[in-house]
Each structure stands twice: as structure tokens, then as C-alpha cells.
Design a protein around this ligand. Sequence first.
Ligand code: DSN
Length: 420
Amino acid sequence: MKILTYPTKKFLKENDTKVFNVLQQEIRRQKEGIELIASENYVSNTVMDAMGSAFTNKYSEGIPYKRYYGGNQFIDIVESLAVERAKKLFNAEHVNVQPHSGNPANMSAYFALLEHGDTVLGMSLAHGGHLSHGLPINFSGRWYNFIGYTTKQDTGLIDMEEVYALAKKHKPKMILAGFSAYSRNIDWKAFKKIADEVGAITMADISHIAGLIAGKQLENPVPIFDVVTTTTHKTLRGPRGAMIMCKEQFAKVIDKAVFPGIQGGPHEHIIAAKAVAFKEALNPKFQQYAKNIINNAQALADALTKRGLNIVTGGTSNHLMLVDLRAKKVTGNIAEKALEKAEISVNKNLIPYDPEKPFVTSGIRLGTPALTTRGMKPKDMEIVAEFVNKVLDSIGNEKKIRSIAKEVKKYASKFPLFSF
Ligand code: DSN
């Protein structure tokens, strides 16, 4: 990716200095720091251009060429472009590009395919699932009867025997595969086989790995599953948003669930940016990018392991890893704060069978999509691992952490991000 030259925000500078100034601080943070949050990335200039555009001014409830407002002749073209590109990218029969983000995408899929109280088998949050996969205080856990499957204590891998046993026992209406913190491949076909045996609908949430699938590094569940949701801003490197892909037989119920079921007017400026991001992901160069993300993640996991840190499952097959911090006698929340002071962004994360509470945790989740966009290579992961390890060994020593922050900034400046 070329150095980013996001718009200079001339009008913001002239007319709203408070927002302008805080934006400058955020830009500085992104430039000077090391971004290891697995779900974050930097969008291209072209994606950014499409987002800050006149498409934001339009109301366009409905679907392309079937709207509830006049004046949508150009919106129809741009939204159809996004749909067609997404279909090609993921080999999908039907795509709805309107969901504002991951939660409403999942909510729409459930709203389309389930009744209140229906049983769904999904990955337990404590083992890597997402809050919209049945957390009791999320709408999903309150309105549907989610049963959580887990990972094995010895290997950290999804326990497919348990998935099968739970499916036989609970006869779920839907089986959901997907995660926000799991570093190994999902056996889509094994899930589908179990679902077929119990007559369940298959749903995948590929939010984290969509870019790795689009970049042909991981198996694509879209031809296998009934419904697949994804956000567009993680490994896929598009604008903040989401989409739903499904078999033609579910097209109508999915579209109706998104609007008028859950959402009102779609965000067409974001949809235009999704179209741009899909074009970028269709470029064969994106396959190399996806491959580099995984190579970097594996190099980072190896480098951390060499320094005595435990990686859940022993490594990674995708863009992320869960680091078990118990060997260092540090909790996730303390590590996250210390790393933040050293200009390294990570998030605390529960590890499987975590004895700590979700706001404390025994782990951190690290990922490489953003650093890969920035041009870092596996050899740089040695340096990044060394920074992380040094911070973990310096908890409580503010002076030392400040000096690591200086080194981090110096190192990050070798990978220029914005050119203004
Ligand atoms: N917040 C996202 C993540 O970090 O995985 C999921 O919603």
C-alpha cells in the first residue's frame, strides 16, 4: 500500500478546531505507534475518498432499483457495484451490503431465520466467540437460546466432538461458526455435516478472516454455508461496516430483515467505499497481502514463544494469536495499559478456561493486519516481539516504559503511514 494522504480536512481546520485538533492527535497516535489490535487496519486513500463523499446526503431505503425515495439513480449504480464485486470476491449467490456493522448484520441474519427463543449453537465467548453469538447481556443471548461450544483444554482447538454432541442433544435451528479470538482454521465442512444431520441452518461469521478468505489463503465457507456475515474493516481493509452473503433461497428474507426489519436508511457513502475495497481485494496483489499477514502473524507468534510467552494453540494459522500471560504473572488489563504507554495497541482478552474476569483477563490478543498494511515483514516481527516482551518485563517501571515508547516511535517512523 502506498503512503496514505488522507484528505487534509481544510474545512475542519477552518471551522471546527476542537474536532480538527483531536483528529491530528489520533493521526499522530496511528503514525507513531505499533498497531497490534487484530481487528484493526488502515484503509487506502481510495476507500477514504469514497467515504467522505456526497453519497452521504442521500436517503435510499430499499434495495437497488426498488427504493422508497426518488433520486436514487446513481445510488443504485454504486450499491449494485458493491454487490456485484462482493459476489465475485466470495463466490456468493446473494449479497446485502447495507448492514452498518457486525452486530446489526448478525441481528439481521437471526431476525430473518429464527423465531424468538429458538436454539442456536455458537462458540462460547469465553472460548473465542463474539458477543453477538449469544452473550447473555447481548440481544442475541436475551432473545435466542444460545448453547455455547468450547475449545479443548489440552490443545485449545474447537472440540468438534462436543459440537456434534450438543447438536444432537439440543437440535438447534441454527449452527453458527465464527469467532473474534481463535487462531486456527475452522472446518466448515465438518460444521455443515453436523448441521445437515440435525437439520440446522448454517451461519458463519467471518468478520475477522474475510480478507484472508478473499485473498485466497483460507477456505471460503460462502459456497458451503447458508448464510455468512462479515464486517468489512478488518483483514478485508474496507470501511467500517458489514455485509451478509447467502444462498438465493434466503435472499428475500435477509433483505427484508436488514430493511425494514432492523435498519432504516443505508449509509451509501460507506457502501461506495465497500465497493472500492472489494475492487482492491479482487486485485491479485491482495492475495500476497493476505499471505503476508499470516506470515507475519506466524513470525510474531514464534518470536514471542522464543521469549517464553505461551501462545494459545501453540501458534496461529490466521492473522491473530492469543497470548497467555500467566507465565509472566501479569493480567491482560495491566499488560494492555502498560503496552499503551509504550505506544503499542493491543486488547486484553480472555483465554480459554480463563480464571480471571472479562475486564481483567489472563491474556492479550495480537494481530498483524495493520502492521502488514504498513509494510512490515517477518523480520520486523522479531523487533515487535522484543518491544512487547520488554514492556511485559517492565510493568511498574514507568521510566523504562517511557524509554521503550521512544524506541517504538523511532521504529514505527521507519514505516511511514501518512504523508502530511
Ligand atoms: N470488536 C471486534 C473485535 O475486536 O474482534 C469484534 O466486534
